[in-house]
Design a binder for this molecule. Structure first.
Ligand SMILES: NC(=O)c1ccc[n+]([C@@H]2O[C@H](COP(=O)([O-])OP(=O)(O)OC[C@H]3O[C@@H](n4cnc5c(N)ncnc54)[C@H](OP(=O)(O)O)[C@@H]3O)[C@@H](O)[C@H]2O)c1
Length: 326
C-alpha cells in the first residue's frame, strides 16, 4: 500500500492464493486473450470457455491454450473471468453460466457495468470481484511482456469466502497490473467514472471537438490539410507534453501566445453551460438512464458521421496515409 491510499504494488502481494486455483476465462477477445496469456505466463492454471463455432479456436490452438464449452469451464473453474462484450454478457450469463455456478466460486469482471446496473442475477454464495485494467488487451499483453503492466482498478462486490480482496489483488498481480499499481475502488465508482470519461472526453468530447474545429477552419476557407495539422496532428504532441508531467507543466512549457490564448479561450469555451451539460451526462449515468438507453439500442445502427465534406475528407485521408503509412 502506498501512503495509505489503497494502491497495491508487487511487493504487497504474493501469488500463493492463486497457485492451486483453476482460472476459467469466458471469451478470448481483446481482454480475454491478453489476461489469459499473462496468467499462463505467471504459471497459473487457465482454461478458456468459448461458444460453439467460436472464431477464436484457431488462435487458441496457435497459443496452445486449453479450451472447452463455456458451461464446462464454469463447472471446472474456481475463478471465472467474464471477458465477453458487456452488451451480450447478461444473456450469455443467464444461458450458460448461472446454472453451472457452485458455492464458493468467484466471478471476476473487468468492468463493473452489468453488476452495478443489476443486469445479472447473482447467487449469494459466490464471490464477485473486479480487476479492470486501464487499457486495452494489446497493451495489457505488451506491457506484461516488457516486464511492466497496465494499472488496474480492483473491487469486491460480494465476499462470500472472505478472501475476495486477496483474490483480486493476486489476479491483478498475475496480469502485470501491480508492477505499476492496482487501485482499490468499487463497482459503482469504476462503472460510473469509466462511462463518464468515455463520454465526456475520450470518445465523446475530444473526437467531436476535433471534428467541429476542422469544419470551422475548412468552411472559413483554409486548406483541409493545414487545418488537419492544427486540429488533429498536433493533439498528440500536446498530450505527450502534459500526460507524464501534469497540466501545470503544459502551461509552463508552451509559448506565451499559446498560454494566453489557451487560458482565455478555454475559459470562454468550457463555460458554466458546458459544465451543466457535463453534469447532465453524469446524472444520466448515475441514474441508470444511460445504461437502459444502451441496452435498448441496436448499436450497429449508430454510425459516426464526420461533419467534414467528403471531398475534404479525401484530401485529409491522403496526407494522413502518407504520414502514418497506413
Ligand atoms: N477492450 C478494452 O479495451 C477493455 C478495457 C478494460 C476492460 N474491458 C472489459 O473487458 C470485458 C471484455 O471486453 P473485450 O473488449 O475484451 O471484449 P471482446 O474482445 O469484444 O470479446 C470478444 C470475445 O467475446 C466472445 N463473444 C462475443 N459475443 C459472444 C456471445 N454472444 N457468446 C459467447 N461469446 C461471445 C467472442 O467469441 P468468438 O471468439 O466466438 O467471437 C470473443 O471470444 C468487458 O467487460 C469490457 O468492458 C475492456
Amino acid at each position: 500500500m502506498i501512503n495509505d491510499i489503497n494502491i497495491f504494488t508487487d511487493t504487497d502481494i504474493d501469488l500463493s492464493i492463486l497457485k492451486d486455483k483453476k482460472i476459467g476465462i469466458i471469451g478470448y477477445g481483446n481482454q480475454g486473450r491478453a489476461q489469459c496469456l499473462n496468467l499462463r505466463d505467471s504459471n497459473l492454471n487457465v482454461k478458456v470457455g468459448i461458444r460453439s463455432n467460436s472464431n477464436s479456436i484457431v488462435l487458441l490452438n496457435k497459443d496452445n491454450i486449453k479450451y472447452d464449452t463455456m458451461e464446462n469451464v464454469v463447472k471446472w473453474a474456481d475463478i471465472i473471468s467474464i471477458l465477453i462484450p458487456d452488451k451480450v454478457a447478461p444473456d450469455v450469463y443467464a444461458q450458460s453460466i448461472k446454472s453451472n455456478l457452485n458455492e464458493g466460486q468467484t466471478l471476476l469482471f473487468s468492468h463493473g457495468f452489468n453488476v452495478h446496473y443489476n443486469h445479472l442475477i447473482l447467487p449469494n454464495n459466490i464471490n464477485v470481484i473486479m480487476v479492470a485494467p486501464s487499457g486495452g488487451g494489446a497493451l495489457v499483453r505488451k506491457k506484461y511482456k516488457e516486464g511492466s503492466g497496465v494499472p488496474a482498478l480492483i473491487a469486491v462486490y460480494q465476499d462470500y469466502t472472505k478472501v475476495s480482496l486477496d483474490l483480486a489483488k493476486s489476479y491483478s498481480k498475475a496480469i502485470g497490473s501491480t508492477k505499476v499499481g492496482s487501485f482499490l475502488s468499487t463497482f459503482k465508482e469504476e462503472t460510473e467514472t469509466d462511462l463518464f470519461g468515455e463520454q465526456v472526453l475520450l470518445t465523446g468530447g475530444i473526437p467531436y471537438i476535433i471534428d467541429k474545429s476542422l469544419k470551422v477552419l475548412i468552411e472559413a476557407g483554409y486548406s483541409p490539410i493545414v487545418a488537419w495539422f492544427v486540429c488533429y496532428y498536433e493533439i498528440k504532441t500536446i498530450i505527450d507534453l502534459f500526460h507524464d508531467k501534469g497540466l501545470e507543466y503544459l502551461y509552463d512549457a508552451i509559448s506565451d501566445t499559446a498560454k494566453y490564448g489557451g487560458i482565455k479561450t478555454g475559459e470562454y469555451l468550457i463555460d458554466n453551460n458546458m459544465e451543466d451539460k457535463i453534469k447532465t451526462v453524469l446524472a444520466k449515468i448515475q441514474s441508470g438512464e444511460f445504461a437502459k438507453e444502451l441496452q435498448n439500442t441496436d448499436i450497429s445502427s449508430i454510425n459516426y458521421k464526420s461533419e467534414i465534406k467528403s471531398e475534404d475528407k479525401e484530401k485529409i485521408n491522403k496526407i494522413f496515409k502518407s504520414i502514418f503509412k497506413k
